[in-house]
Design a protein around this ligand. Structure first.
Ligand SMILES: NC(=O)c1ccc[n+]([C@@H]2O[C@H](COP(=O)([O-])OP(=O)(O)OC[C@H]3O[C@@H](n4cnc5c(N)ncnc54)[C@H](OP(=O)(O)O)[C@@H]3O)[C@@H](O)[C@H]2O)c1
Length: 336
């Protein structure tokens, strides 16, 4: 399978390491022999029709910061031009999430779809802003569009709902979809105030330099939009979500709830009509009341009742494993 990798940061490099370490299994179990024929980072895009040497790609990135120093000819072409014109089956979009206009990911995805290439992404921006139109475009161009890692990182939240709960009707779902805020709230439960908990999260590498996307709830909103569209067939975008972050959660509130056997959690919920992200009390006995950086989501179904899935919601390798899952799915589709 000929792949184009757009973005070669934490997730992109983890994915390439997975390809290297799983090459035998991928071929024996699924008949997949991946060739990365193009790769882009912020420095530009490089291409190689025979497939880039992945060990060398990782080395160049580590030592010289940009893959552009890999040393193949014609390597400064425009990314969109490469997406459209190079022979490849799958475009894997891994550039940073931008929830203002979805770029550069949105344009990458649209170009790939229009040129008939299957798309895998873990970039939440384009989907959170334009889920319905991107799904339509994928359908119109008859390509597979996979985004398992956008919600839950490596934890297969979307597949769990779509495949494992097949045949049942999901009435609603609610859960913790952001590990950073859950870590902060877990630390507040232990007695830290908001600033101390945020500082602790930054020191441990769980919070970004600018943590706005997480603590003001935007990241959870983006994931809620993707899940509500995919699982409940809603036609929602980010503006349809009522959002409140965790900045104003007070230690006294946390303590009061703790005395009642509850913890305050940033809960994302969907009842088929209303989409909400807000901090609210959850019983410590509720399975979604997970600690630290974990994510958890409970689906309430018409026949099978409540089903909860729990796991790490982020991480390079974890998220790369979701991309590999998607790739295997695409391979099966192409085969059949
Ligand atoms: N990390 C996680 O645990 C995780 C989990 C789930 C989803 N995600 C999503 O996965 C995506 C990638 O995450 P990450 O952690 O790998 O981010 P990252 O480490 O910041 O990597 C982003 C990559 O995109 C490249 N890039 C930036 N602008 C570009 C442009 N205009 N054209 C081409 N490449 C460009 C960067 O280039 P340089 O290397 O040159 O800067 C970098 O290689 C994000 O959308 C993120 O939200 C991440």
């Amino acid at each position: 399978m000929r792949l184009i990798l757009l973005g070669f940061g934490v997730v992109g490099q983890s994915f390439v390491k997975l390809l290297l370490s799983h090459s035998t299994d991928l071929y024996n179990d699924y008949g997949i022999k991946p060739k990365v024929v193009a790769c882009a980072d912020n420095g530009g895009i490089i291409t190689c029709d025979q497939g880039l040497d992945l060990d060398r790609l990782l080395n160049v990135k580590k030592k010289k910061k940009s893959i552009i120093h890999y040393g193949v000819k014609g390597n400064r072409s425009e990314i969109l031009d490469v997406i459209e014109n190079i022979d490849a089956e799958v475009v894997i979009e891994l550039t940073p999430t931008n929830i203002v206009d979805g770029e550069p990911g949105k344009n990458h995805i649209i170009s790939a779809m229009k040129s008939g290439k299957n798309v895998i992404t873990v970039n939440k921006g384009p989907l959170a802003l334009e889920f319905p139109s991107l799904m339509e475009l994928a359908e119109y161009n008859r390509i597979a569009f996979k985004f398992s890692g956008t919600v839950g990182g490596g934890t297969p939240i979307l597949e769990f709902a779509k495949r494992c709960l097949k045949g049942d009707r999901i009435i609603s779902f609610e859960g913790i979809l952001n590990g950073t805020t859950n870590y902060i709230l877990s630390k507040m439960y232990e007695g830290l105030n908001f600033s101390e908990a945020l500082q602790d999260a930054s020191e441990k590498g769980y919070a970004e330099k600018d943590p706005t996307l997480d603590i003001d709830g935007y990241d959870a909103v983006a994931k809620l939009v993707i899940a509500s569209n995919f699982v409940m067939n809603m036609k929602s975008t980010m503006k349809d979500v009522r959002r409140e972050g965790i900045r104003d959660v007070k230690p006294s509130q946390v303590l009061n709830e703790r005395k009642k056997g509850n913890a305050i959690k940033l809960i994302a919920s969907c009842d088929g009509k209303n989409l909400v992200v807000e901090p609210k009390p959850a019983s410590m006995k509720d399975p979604i009341c997970v600690d630290g950086i974990l994510n958890a989501i409970t689906f309430t179904c018409q026949h099978s009742g409540q089903q909860t899935i729990i796991g790490k919601g982020a991480g390079g390798m974890e998220t790369a494993s979701a991309i590999l899952r998607d790739l295997i799915d695409i391979r099966s589709t192409i085969r059949s």
